[in-house]
Design a protein around this ligand. Sequence first.
Ligand code: PEP
Ligand code: MN
Length: 378
Amino acid sequence: MGTRKGAQVLRTVPGDRMWLLSAAMTEAQLQGLRVEIDAINGQLLDLMNRRLRLVERVKDVKERTGAKLFSPRRESEMFTKLLLQNEGPMTADLVRAVFKEIFKLSLDHMEADTRRRLQVHRLDGEPDKVYEIRGHKMGGGVPQLISGPCAVESADQVEAVAAHLESLGVGFLRGGAFKPRTSPYSFQGLGVEGLKILRAAADRHGMAVVTEILDPRNFEDSERYSDVFQVGARNMYNYELLRLLGQSDKPVLLKRGFMATLEEFILAAEYIAKEGNGQIILCERGIRTHEKWTRNTLDLSAVPLLKAETPFPVVVDVGHGTGRKDIMAAMAKAALAAGADAIMVETHPAPALALSDNAQQMTLDEISAFHGDVFGRA
Ligand code: PEP
Ligand code: MN
């Protein structure tokens, strides 16, 4: 009836008014359809939320039984059922695409929940961590330089470097007393004697000592003579060492493993945090790729990602990360621009004579120029 009446009215009105009337009717019709679509959107939203709540329950059960969160078999079963149920007009491909997104969303939801529970994860609104180490701040906006020789070779060598670094205002003295060398026949470091040399030089020059610990048996000596434990790239997966350092109250500078993903890196830090030591410093030092022009491939995307995921200071080791002095300043500036809290680079009074990493250690003049260039403080 309504339509016929409408048609009669239309026949009696002239051209442009008729167009206006039919436009008004189209608009009313569209309004009606939109109300229905809004209602369906609401139902879909409600259904999706109900689905996610069920997913959370599935996750609880799975976690209790140790089952994996993602089950390809279950996903394929769900696709089969959906395709049998589908009466169109959605095509099978569209059903697959839409539900793939929904399944992925559920998995992300389960995993995000797990990630949120990591102690190293930055809580909403949590500020950056700042450590005060021997009067020098690590984190919190003042970029620092950690420098010193690759390996401690003698008291004179460390003294020359420390005195020079102090004159530049550098607060962190690095140096390996225990050296993780690729070949067991290469120089392995001076051991505890090296720790003592570092401590004495740092004390003379008001610096903090950052040095690598390789073996849990050296824990007491390392704790006694150093201010920051360094865990090298080779030991990022040494979970026993990480657990042990988690029991110390000294900060731990954890280097990223050669082949480690950022997820694995953060989980390694969790081993330290879980034992109660929340004073962690993360260090990107390059990863192994097919590239041969640099010693490693410095992954600067790690900097903002690690800063977003965790509250810890992030250090970029441009020395081991590139192995090339000609690009270290450029990479250090890029690292600071990306949000790094500190740069690490090696300095030796006579790099050509060094017992390790000759090519990448800076001379005293080179570190002065690097410092002026990168930090704007000559
Ligand atoms: C070092 O910093 O002395 C060192 C050995 O570095 P990495 O563990 O990153 O190789
Ligand atoms: Mn080195």
